[in-house]
Design a protein around this ligand. Structure first.
Ligand code: PLP
Length: 390
């Protein structure tokens, strides 16, 4: 008998390292430490945690208890299904569903004691009617759109909620809006949104207010209000892209070398022959690909090299090495020519995220952002959770 089984959800969640192509190590102590850093920055405001998209890929079931133990009492997710998972992991927390109240879903919200983020007249009416019919003033957030043009009531409709009778039927527990470009501290849209939000707070006094995401917490205007809503910074992404990252890294990803080979000058490598060897090159083939969420756009082609477009790099034995050719479904190819012959061997680990190769840099090298790298982290990695605090 093996020490693991191959049926049911437990087996799916626990792939043994020696059977996986990649090893994802998630540092829950760093996650908790990041939350405390953000709570410090938030001052008198409450620091919540945004744990949508499976806590940005790291796992709701692991992240939520670690954050709750650090002192986090309020969580945000996108969907009802995610909220129910948060409720199972944090019995007493306030749990908000950012994507709002799907038609007819009141009973599910009530059953799990969840809070919809109401962003339209229809949602406000439906929640008021549901609470009225049940005789319970259940809490919900009011979401007003101050510039994103995505979810939320227009500012004019938000201002007009003053004295609206529907707000008697439920408990407006939070007045919130979302910043469009908080990572650009100089962008004048921040001031415009803050001014609109201040007007809303005056029109709707007595409701706790929340505007800031991760980057918003670091804006010079300090729009912390009563509650801040960090996501990416908890998971190690840099909320201040033009400055040093104040957060600790949470995620490390390692692949394994399947084989090494040598190509001659002029030979091509990978699908569609987009990479050509200049002189004899030594290559290592690594057991992670786009099916693992290793973004295909990070591949290295002759055209990208010619035009100096940033593209994929990994760390082999402490040394930066570029990818060679396209990212395949289950494999990448790495140019390890700069190593002494025999220095890189089958079975050796390769760092894909970790050390000085941050999740932000990996995103940049794939033409995307850290958010997309994290939320795409694959399902077939062996996952190891570290927590030195418990
Ligand atoms: C995702 C999200 C956040 C968290 O944003 P980060 O940039 O990851 O900190 C906060 N508020 C809302 C409404 C969101 O959708």
């Amino acid at each position: 008998m093996n020490d693991h089984t191959h049926h049911g959800r437990a087996a799916e969640a626990a792939i043994p390292p020696d059977e996986a192509g990649g090893l994802l190590t998630i540092d829950l102590s760093a996650l908790a430490s990041n939350w405390r850093t953000l709570q410090d920055r938030a001052g008198a405001a409450e620091c919540s945690a945004v744990v949508k998209a499976d806590a940005y890929g790291i796992g709701i079931e692991q992240a939520v208890p670690a954050l709750a133990q650090a002192g986090c009492r309020t969580f945000f997710v996108a969907h009802l299904s995610e909220a129910i998972r948060v409720r199972a992991a944090a019995a007493d927390a306030a749990v908000y569903v950012l994507n709002g109240l799907p038609p007819g879903s009141g009973d599910s919200f009530a059953r799990w004691d969840l809070r919809p983020v109401l962003g339209s007249q229809d949602e406000v009416s439906e929640w008021a009617a549901f609470c009225g019919a049940n005789g319970t003033r259940r809490p919900a957030a009011l979401h007003v759109d101050t510039g994103m043009n995505r979810l939320g009531l227009p500012v004019s409709e938000g201002l007009a909620l003053t004295g609206d009778e529907r707000l008697q039927a439920f408990e407006p527990a939070l007045l919130m809006s979302h910043l469009v470009s908080a990572e650009e501290a100089e962008n004048p849209i921040n001031d415009r949104q803050i001014a609109a939000f201040d007007a809303l707070r005056q029109a709707l006094p007595g409701i706790r207010a929340s505007l800031a995401n991760s980057s918003g917490i670091f804006l010079p205007q300090k729009p912390q209000y009563d509650l801040v809503r960090p996501g990416i910074a908890l998971y190690g992404g840099n909320p201040t892209p033009s400055h040093l990252n104040p957060m600790r890294p949470v995620v490390e990803l390692a692949g394994r070398i399947v084989q090494t080979r040598t190509v001659r000058d002029g030979e091509t490598v990978g699908y569609n022959a987009q990479w050509t060897a200049e002189g004899e090159r030594r290559l290592a083939v690594v057991s992670v690909g786009y099916a693992d969420g290793y973004v295909r756009a990070g591949g290295v082609t002759d055209a990208k090299r010619r035009e100096g477009i940033p593209s994929g790099e990994v760390i082999v034995a402490g040394q930066r090495c570029p990818l060679a050719g396209r990212v395949s479904m289950d494999l990448i190819i790495v140019d390890v020519t700069d190593f002494p012959a025999g220095g890189v061997r089958r079975g050796d680990p390769v760092t894909l995220i970790g050390g000085d190769l941050t999740v932000d840099e990996v995103g940049r090298r794939a033409g995307t952002i850290s958010y997309e790298i994290l939320t795409n982290l694959g399902r077939r990695y062996a996952r190891a959770y570290r927590n030195t605090e418990t």
